[in-house]
Design a protein around this ligand. Structure first.
Ligand SMILES: Nc1ncnc2c1ncn2[C@@H]1O[C@H](COP(=O)(O)OP(=O)(O)OP(=O)(O)O)[C@@H](O)[C@H]1O
Length: 267
């Protein structure tokens, strides 16, 4: 479903973010990427939807190579979930979910917000399936809690029933209880639809609980690829180092690192 073959990423300023990374993720797998801040997790995810072009190697989504020419074909096949939720806070919950269908609409319809009835129904079904009530539909996104906002983010990501969902630290802004609930929900939504998920996390314990497979990056190099039960204390210590391990083991919210100029697209 998602293939990275010998990808390198060197940014314009010379930072080498990924070094000869190869990773093949089969359909339906929930794969978690672990790694310290700056290890290359976001760069890997951004490559999958073409926001970052590898300086060497290739990326394929659903058998199609990710290139400038194939982006219009690939983007509707990918749902995105973001650390900061990336909702339009002044817009209604319903509008935010519907925005997940924008890549599939002709431009004139998208500009006018003319969503077909079937899409509106799907948005309602998805909102119910992530545990939000009909009363939430017309509320502004800004009126929801962080956990509820991320539920909206999950519903939006599944609007086009994509075969692949990329989740970039989806619980980094949430408290431990909401983190567990949101990951549980994401995993259930994906399992019900056979969706492949590539999800970056900071918390080792959450990765162990929810992943089918864990991969770990250190300084842009893939240093672990295996089953969650094999990501033991020694593997965690090798990845994070003794002092940083306790921080990575907690489910406390992580302060976002300042971002570079690249921003995730809303859908
Ligand atoms: N647009 C950019 N230009 C230059 N360097 C960048 C850019 N984006 C990321 N980097 C650098 O590439 C490396 C990997 O960054 P990346 O954001 O992929 O790591 P990460 O594992 O996702 O980190 P975090 O967990 O803090 O989000 C870091 O050294 C980072 O500073």
């Amino acid at each position: 479903m998602l293939r990275f073959d010998s990808v390198d990423m060197r940014y314009a300023d010379g930072t080498s973010a990924l070094k000869t990374v190869s990773l093949h993720i089969p359909r339906g797998q929930f794969c978690v990427v672990l790694g310290s801040s700056g290890a290359g997790k976001s760069t890997l995810l951004r490559m999958a939807n073409g926001l970052v072009r590898p300086t060497a190697g290739t990326v394929h989504v659903d058998g199609v190579q990710v290139t400038a020419a194939s982006l219009a074909d690939i983007r509707p096949r990918i749902g995105m979930i973001h650390q900061q939720f990336n909702l339009v806070l002044r817009a209604s919950v319903a509008t935010n979910v519907l925005s997940g269908a924008l890549p599939a609409l002709p431009l004139w319809r998208a500009m006018a917000g003319l969503f077909p009835e079937a899409m509106r129904e799907r948005a309602c079904e998805l909102l119910a399936s992530v545990g939000l009530q009909p009363a939430h539909l017309n509320r502004r996104a800004s009126e929801l809690s962080g956990g509820q906002q991320q539920r909206v983010g999950i519903a939006r990501a599944f609007m086009l029933a994509p075969p692949l969902v990329l989740a970039d630290e989806p619980v980094a802004s949430l408290d431990p209880q909401a983190s567990g609930e949101v990951l549980e929900l994401l995993k259930r939504q994906a399992a019900e639809r056979g969706t492949t998920v590539l999800c970056s996390l900071h918390q080792v314990d959450l990765a162990r609980s929810f992943a089918d497979r864990i991969v770990a990056l250190r300084d842009g190099v893939l240093v672990f690829d295996g089953a969650p039960q094999d990501f033991d204390a020694a593997a965690a210590q090798a990845l994070y180092g003794a002092e940083r391990l306790s921080a990575a083991s907690t489910t406390a919210p992580v302060e976002p690192r300042p971002t570079h100029s690249l921003v995730w697209e809303a859908a």
